[in-house]
Structures are given as C-alpha cells and as structure tokens.
Ligand binder design. Structure first.
Ligand code: GLC
Length: 744
C-alpha cells in the first residue's frame, strides 16, 4: 500500500514540476520538493520532527562522546528517526530499512551516513596526502571508487569532503583536508563532490556528499580541536570560504555544521552561517546535519540555557538534522506548541531532508543500496592498483643526497614502528578499510626486492622504546647496505581530537635514528604522518627523507615503487612544513605587513621577524623533489593588459634536464600590488601536473580569468579591481621567475 502511495506521488511530483515557480532550482530539485511537499501533508508533527533526527545504534562505530542510547527499532516504527550513522554492516542497514519501510505508518525510508573520508574498503592515503598529488582527475576518481564501494556497502551518504582550510599542524584533522590553500582546496572539494555524486544521484552507485565542517573549523585557536574560531569576515571570505563555496557550486546535497563557535556564535546555532550565507548567498538547497551532539553542545558553549533552547536556536538557524544527541526529537513538538518554532519551519527543515532521500531514489527503491555483490565491488584489483598509483603520487621527497633510488640487489634493513603497521597505514577515519588487507611497507619491499634482501626490525614503539629494540635495529643495519627507517606518527595521532603541541618525531624514534646512524650506513627516513611536521632532525641526519604519510591499503607497494626507482617521486606539499612549532600557523600566503623582512640578508631590527629563527618554513607550500631535475624558464605574460572580465595568459617553459623521466607540478602565483585591503604576498592561481621524458621540454600555458583575482573589499563584497599584478611560475611557492600584468 505505502509503495503504491509513493508511486502515485512520484508520478504526480514529476507532472507538477512543469509549472514550478522556483527557477533557481534544477528540475530534479523541483520534482523532489514537490514530492516532499505532498508527503509532508500526510505527516504528523512528530513524524516530521522524526525526519530531523539522526541516531547511532548500539553496534555502530562510535565517532563521538556516547550518544544517548535508545530503542532503535521502536524509534523507527514510531517514525521518530530519519537517519542513522556509522552502522558497520550492510545487512543491519537493510534490516533497519525494512522496519522503516514496512512497519512505520508512512514507510519513509531511512538515510544511512558514514565517514567515508579517504575510501571505503579500498583505502586511499589520508586526504592531506592525496592533495599532494595535485592530480584533480585522480582525486575525483578516488572519490568515485569510494562511492561505488560505499553504495555497495548499503551506505547512502558520506560525511565528506572536509573543506576546512588549515595552516596549523598542531591540529590533527589537517590529515582530513587539502592543506593551506583555498584555490587548490576549492578544486579538490569540487572534484570529491563530483566523484561521490556523479552525474545522477539516483543511480545505485552514487552517494550524497557532505560539505564539512561549516565553517572555518580548521582555524581553531592554538591548533586545539573544537576551539574558538574568531576572524574577520574579510579573512573568512578570502581564505576559508572558497572550498565550501566550490562544493556548493558542485551540487553537494548536504552540509555539516561545525563544533566551533564562529565569531562568537556556535556554528549550529548561527543563522548567518547556515541560512544567510550558505543558502541565500551561496545557493545551497540541500540539508544541513549538525556535527556529533553539536546542537546540544551549545549548552556547553553557554549560548543555550538547555537542550530545548539549543534545539530552538538550531531549528530557527535552519539546521535540518540533529546528529545523535536527540534534542530535536525531545523538544520539537513542545517548541512548536509554544510557538518558539513554527510548523512552517519544521515543514521547511523536513522537506529538505525528504527531497535528498527522493533524489537518491530511496522512495522508489529503498533497498537499492547494499544489494550489489561485495566480492565483485570491494577491493577490485584495478582499484587497488589505482590506490597504489595515488599513494606513490602523494609521497613527497624532501631531501635526497643520491642514496635514492636504491640499486638492484641491495640488502635493506627496514626498521621502525611504521614499517609493518597495517592498521596505521590506513590512517584516521579508515571507513570500512580493513587492516588485514593492507600491504605493508615490509611486504611491499619484500615483494619488490626479495624477502631475503629485507631485514626487518621494529626497533621501537611510537613513543616508547622496546626492550632490545635498538640492539635489534643496529644488528639489522650492520647486515645491510642501506637502512630504510619507517618512523613518524601512528594513526591514533591523526584525525579528530589529536591536537599536539610538539610536531617532531617522538624521542623513542629519534633514538632509533641516532643508533642506526652510528653504524655508518646510509639512512633513508620514510616519514609516516597525517600532518606537517618539524623534520629538522631527520633532514640533518638522514641521507634522504621521503614523506610516505599514512598511505592507505597499498602503501607498501607504493613505497617500493619509489625507493626502487620504478617510479619517480612527484608529490608536492600542500601544507608548509614548519622550521619549528613556534612558527605555527605558518603558510605561504601571508600578508606582507608594514615592516616586511625580505629574507635572511635583510635582518635589521624593526622588521616582522623572529630574533633567532627564520620566518620561512623548512619546506614551503608546493615543494617536492624528484629523481630528475626540472628547469623553469622564459616566463611570458602573453596578455600584459587585460580588461576586467577577460583572461590573463601566462606561459612558462619546463624542461626535464635530468636523466630520468618524471612528473612535476608547475605552479602559478600572483600578487595584487595595490588593493583596498591587505593582500597575500602570493596566491596560487594556477597549476598543472605534467609528465616529461628526460630531456623533454614543454610550454605550460596558464589562463587566469580576472574573476579568480577577486577579493573581499572593505564593504565585504568580493570582486576584482583593476590594477597591477606580479606573477610567478615555478615548482613551488618560492618560484623565482617573475612577470607583470595590468587589469584595466
Ligand atoms: C565527528 C566528526 C565529523 C564526523 C561526525 C560523524 O565528530 O567531527 O567529521 O563526520 O562526527 O562521525
């Protein structure tokens, strides 16, 4: 019977759209809203509020402070819940869906969400690592693979992409984002939304994306998770807003409000953020879910007297769904009866949730997700091979005195807590990734060099020595030609609630480096991490340092591909590696100040500088070495003068002057010489990943629409001025080749 009602309503909705009066909505959106409005007419107030409530279950993955447990099945039958998160079994989701569809009064399907952040079963490197590929197509494809596996798992919705810009490696969640730059971050957010949602959200292998964490969660004071975010609206609009906007423009159908207070108001209760900016200005038309318990946490923020006040503020701020705590369900009807929240508001919040369920095709076929054969979809060899390629492209060679690539037949001592660490390599937020499927660095090297040529010793734990560990490591080193030292941070030191005040390799592991160094053998440090780190010690003592990140299921073969020279390193940093934590937050796109220090030679007293430490990070945004050399020359500004609305064209020659084929990332930076507000010294406005054979030269041509040079003015409107600009091109944000153009 219910199925029949929905079928009739589906037809009616499609028919009614033809004369719809919402031109800013796509036809699919208009059809979805028509369907939702029809359904809402049949719903009780409690059922409508039920759609605004998301719960977890007793057997779900825990991703926050214990959610208030309740009788899951009773809630579903009573229409008191619209969504669940973090359920780890397909059959459990299908079982709960069956109860919703066949045992509740109206049979409204549930929507299941999960944190598929960098892959479902096939786990890609953590997102910061993947951003270091600068390969937008590969990033989109990795999200596509994740979506296909996720849909097969029975999950409709991923809480990704994380669009939070951050330049603070004390904050462990930098591992989930795309680094410090808004231009690159915007390209990556859009690519991930396209990958997840595909061309047709109703297809059975596309899933709903989620723009998070709205907003500016990556700017928490002192790098402490959940901490206060306070900045000018100008700074927010120029540096933090672009990736969220890009994800909206790419059609993401959900968003997530962040834990932090923003300009004095918790994001989940900020009508300016969730309605005025997100919907009225950016044109978002989907629904917003709070972060975990974030509605109720307004009481802790002390901007709500109690859960009822928090629910009232959040609903009136246009927050659609309460994740886990339950204040929406508990107080929703009371708030309407007391006139504090209108039923019209409830209808609006509910229709936006129902419309996304409709667009996913859940009313048409509530069991379409999870039906696929896991053996055919999960861990497909071609996808594992692709994950291996992405992992290799993500790794960044920071230093190399020629020790890499290793020679054939070399005997390797592989040492360190990350050398054979199947769980650590799939990082934080592993989705449905399984450590038992990880191909570790040890396994990858054995496969490539032969097990007899790899002598393994763990050597130490992450933050504590192992009894006899150093001796084992030294013994292994003495038997080998070269040491590969796989050290860094564990997966428990990446992601949510993992802020650190020290960003150096832990002492127990530094002792390992010192011990193997004393054997006189060549040492290559493989740095496993989800964040930028202070690597002065490793750079000084090792013969090479390769950042291997938390490289995902196929990290091992990827490392072997690089250290053997089968592949050439090509990753470029998307987050500055500080000289020391005292510089943090450090990023390339600083403003110049009124007393700029123009480099080490310009060290007078009254300058914006530190007394005993450089201003510059140890490794700059955009930096990354290769086994070959790329030479940049002949920067040409092809359009010295451009009218507003035109396109600036700049070309540069790139030549592979080394003896090996390789890939590089040509980057273009711009500076607005005189503006109404202070502007960054440099801003990334173009990049191209290119492959060059030994000796080959290419001319890279960048096109910058003048609209890309817009910035937030004193009246808080964003547009491009006429004026003079400098432009640089090269292989990192310190690019030296310079040109100039004018916008008329
Ligand atoms: C967590 C995270 C958020 C995640 C959500 C659901 O607290 O902040 O990124 O999507 O809860 O697990």
């Amino acid at each position: 019977m219910k199925k029949h009602i929905f079928s009739l309503m589906l037809v009616a909705a499609a028919a009614m759209v033809a004369c719809s009066d919402a031109p800013h909505l796509s036809l699919q959106e208009q059809e979805a809203y028509k369907f939702a409005d029809n359904l809402i007419e049949k719903m009780t107030l409690r059922e409508k509020i039920g759609q605004l409530q998301q719960f977890t279950t007793r057997t779900a993955a825990i991703t926050g402070p214990d959610g208030v447990k309740r009788d899951t099945e009773a809630c579903i039958r009573n229409g008191e819940v619209g969504s669940f998160l973090s359920i780890r079994k397909t059959e459990e989701m299908l079982r709960l869906q069956k109860i919703a569809v066949e045992e509740s009064r109206l049979g409204i399907p549930l929507i299941f969400g999960y944190d598929i952040i960098h892959g479902c079963r096939t786990t890609f490197p953590e997102n910061l690592a993947v951003s270091c590929t600068w390969d937008i197509e590969a990033i989109e494809h990795s999200a596509r693979i994740a979506a296909i596996e996720t849909a097969a798992a029975g999950i409709h919705w991923t809480f990704s992409p994380m669009c939070d810009i951050s330049a603070d490696p004390r904050w462990g969640r930098v591992s989930e984002g795309a680094g410090e730059d808004p231009y690159l971050g915007s390209k990556i957010s859009a690519a991930m939304v396209r990958g997840y949602q595909g061309e047709d959200l109703s297809a059975d292998n596309t899933i709903a994306a989620c723009i998070k964490h709205f907003a500016a969660y990556g700017a928490g004071q002192a790098g402490r998770d959940y901490h206060t975010v306070d900045m000018s609206e100008m700074m927010f609009r120029d540096r933090f807003l672009p990736p969220y906007r890009s994800a909206v423009e790419s059609g993401a159908v959900t968003a997530m409000s962040s834990f932090n207070d923003f300009m004095g108001i918790p994001a989940s209760g900020s009508k300016w953020l969730l309605h005025t900016l997100l919907r009225e200005e950016l044109g978002f038309t989907g629904f917003v879910v709070s972060d975990y318990n974030a509605v109720h946490e307004m009481v802790r923020h002390a901007t709500a007297a109690d859960g009822k006040d928090a629910a009232c503020q959040a609903m009136n701020a246009h927050l659609n769904m309460d994740m886990v705590y339950g204040d929406y369900l508990k107080y929703g009807e009371e708030l309407v009866k007391e006139g504090k929240v209108s039923e019209k508001r409830i209808n609006q919040l509910c229709r936006e949730v129902l419309a996304v369920k409709y667009r996913l095709g859940l009313f048409d076929d509530p069991y379409k997700y999870g039906r696929q054969n896991h053996d055919e979809v999960m861990y497909r060899p071609d996808n594992l091979q692709f994950a291996r390629e992405v992992a290799a492209k993500s790794m960044v060679l920071l230093s190399n005195n020629g020790v890499l690539p290793l020679k054939e037949g070399v005997k390797i001592a592989l040492i360190g807590p990350l050398a054979d660490a199947p769980r650590d390599q799939i990082g934080a937020w592993p989705g449905w990734g399984q450590a038992e499927h990880s191909v570790t660095i040890r396994k990858g090297l054995e496969q490539r060099f032969g097990a007899k040529n790899v002598i393994y010793a763990k050597g130490s734990d992450f933050r504590a020595p192992i009894k006899g560990g150093i001796d084992d490591a030294v013994r292994a080193a003495r038997k080998a030609d070269v040491v590969l030292l796989s050290i860094g941070l564990s997966y428990t030191e990446s992601g949510e609630a993992t802020s650190l005040t020290e960003i150096t390799v832990p002492e127990a592991q530094q002792a390992l480096l010192d011990a193997v160094k004393r054997t006189g053998k060549k040492v290559v440090v493989l740095l496993g991490t989800g964040r930028a780190m202070d690597v002065r010690n490793e750079i000084e003592k090792a013969d090479a340092v390769l950042v291997t990140w938390h490289g995902g299921t196929m990290e091992g073969p990827a490392v072997a591909d690089l250290v053997s020279g089968d592949k050439n390193p090509s990753g470029h940093l998307t987050m500055s590696f500080p000289y020391c934590v005292g510089q943090v937050p450090v990023h390339y796109n600083n403003k110049i100040t009124g007393r700029p220090r123009k480099g080490p030679e310009h060290d007078k007293k009254y300058l914006s500088r530190y007394m005993y430490t450089p201003n510059e990070p140890l490794f700059a945004f955009g930096y990354g070495l290769s086994y070959t050399e790329f030479e940049y020359s002949d920067l040409q500004v092809l359009t010295p003068e451009v009218s507003l609305g035109g396109v600036v064209k700049v070309s540069v020659k790139v030549k592979n002057v080394g003896k090996r084929d390789g890939e590089d990332v040509a980057q273009l930076y711009v500076r607005d010489l005189v503006a109404e507000t202070t502007r960054p010294m440099r801003e990334l406005k173009g990049f191209e990943r290119l492959s060059l054979k030994a000796g080959e030269e290419k001319v890279v041509e960048f096109e910058i629409p003048t609209s890309d040079l817009a910035y937030c003015h004193r009246d808080l409107t964003t547009y491009t001025d006429a004026g003079d600009f400098l432009v640089w091109a090269g292989a990192d944000s310190d690019a030296k080749l310079e040109g100039k153009f004018t916008i008329k």
